[in-house]
Ligand binder design. Structure first.
Ligand code: MRU
Length: 353
């Protein structure tokens, strides 16, 4: 299992995903600003992984603060919370992680600052470890939708690299494989930063799961020809009515699945669900630099100089196109996701394949 981020010897160590698959190199961060910059530049990316990075960045900042009281520590951390929240707007996991770190410190405010610093490190590691356990549960629930011989398409990268480990959308694939099902995976390349081609294909090849790459615009034709049995993607933010924000291109895939009667699943840990937002139009969607579109990975220009480009990083898939949302607590119809925010017995709403 690939590790995208870790806490080693007082530093946050980040696997530089912009260099994959050709170069496996790590960035040791000893300052929270370096962690924030790694999130901004997608050296660490994927909703759960950037939540973990934000938590570890906060733990790092704690170590570097000179404070004698909880109050001094909290006020020194205020700009750190702000910096983490400003890195990328769409994935709710950053806010989720910041809130969790704030809550931890506040719940232990009576302790000496040195103890709080230690607790912050432990909590950020716990967030990472819990994420792996959550992903394994998503895998168990999700594998029921995969049959022996299926071909599954996934978009972008919602694998180990995008999480603490094991992945969200890739977890059902790993479990299905371990159950002895013979599966094939198609990774859509994911213009412009090629997370599907560079990262998902790399991860699955290491797992020895048969994987091939297609251009993003091939997916519709393959769905039409019956060459894809199901689609599973991850999410950066799923909201109360079951609308899902994910990598740009997800919406088109979901609509094409409906047209071709192919099931469309979203793997969503609870840390990616924002119950405070009623529907998808309220989700902030990141737009990135046009150069990511007019060049290949910032290197080779592919457009006439001076022609403007738009680089919309995420889209929103309306809940009506989604067959099921797979969480660590079970698979749910999108309309039932809101019930997870309340104390409704999940067995009453969980769906079976
Ligand atoms: O821009 P990225 O690479 O961070 O986008 C990532 C995605 O869209 C993933 O599908 C999503 O974060 C889920 S990762 C488990």
């Amino acid at each position: 299992m690939v590790r995208s981020i870790d806490w080693v010897d007082g530093k946050v160590v980040i696997l530089d995903q912009t260099k994959l698959p050709f170069d496996v190199s790590y960035i040791p961060c000893d300052d929270y600003r370096t962690v924030a910059e790694c999130i901004r530049t997608l050296r660490v990316r994927g909703a759960p992984a950037i939540g973990i990075a934000a938590a570890m960045g906060i733990a790092l900042a704690c170590q570097n603060v000179t404070a004698r009281t909880y109050r001094q520590l909290r006020s020194a951390l205020e700009p750190v919370f702000g910096e983490m929240l400003s890195t990328r707007p769409t994935a709710v996991n950053i806010r989720w992680a910041v809130e969790r770190m704030k809550r931890l410190l506040s719940n232990h405010r009576h302790l000496p600052v040195e103890d709080l610093k230690e607790l912050a490190i432990e909590e950020s590691r716990r967030i990472r470890d819990e994420d792996i356990a959550v992903n394994r549960a998503i895998g168990q629930w999700g594998a029921q939708f995969i049959k022996d011989g299926d071909t599954i398409l996934t978009h972008c990268n919602a694998g180990s690299l995008a999480t603490g480990g094991y992945g969200t959308a890739t977890a059902p694939l790993l479990v299905a494989r371990d159950q002895g099902k013979r599966i094939r995976v198609i990774a859509s390349e994911t213009r412009p930063l090629l997370q599907g081609a560079r990262l998902t294909a790399w991860e699955l090849a290491q797992e020895e799961i048969p994987v091939s790459i297609v251009t993003d615009n091939s997916a519709g034709w393959l769905l039409h020809r019956g060459e894809i049995d199901l689609v599973i993607v991850g999410t950066d933010r799923t909201v109360r009515n079951g609308d899902v924000a994910n990598k740009i291109g997800t919406y088109s895939l979901a609509v094409l699945c409906r047209e071709n009667k192919v099931p469309f699943y979203v793997a969503a840990p609870l840390s990616s669900i924002d119950f405070s937002i009623p529907s998808g139009e309220h989700i902030p969607l990141e737009e990135r630099s046009p150069e990511e579109v007019t060049t290949v990975l910032g290197r080779c220009p592919i457009a006439p100089p001076g022609v403007p480009a738009r680089n919309i990083a995420f889209d929103v898939t309306p809940h009506r196109y989604i067959t099921a949302i797979i969480t660590e607590r079970g698979a749910f119809r999108p309309k039932d996701i809101k019930k997870l925010a309340r104390s409704v017995p999940v067995d009453d709403i969980r769906m079976r394949a």
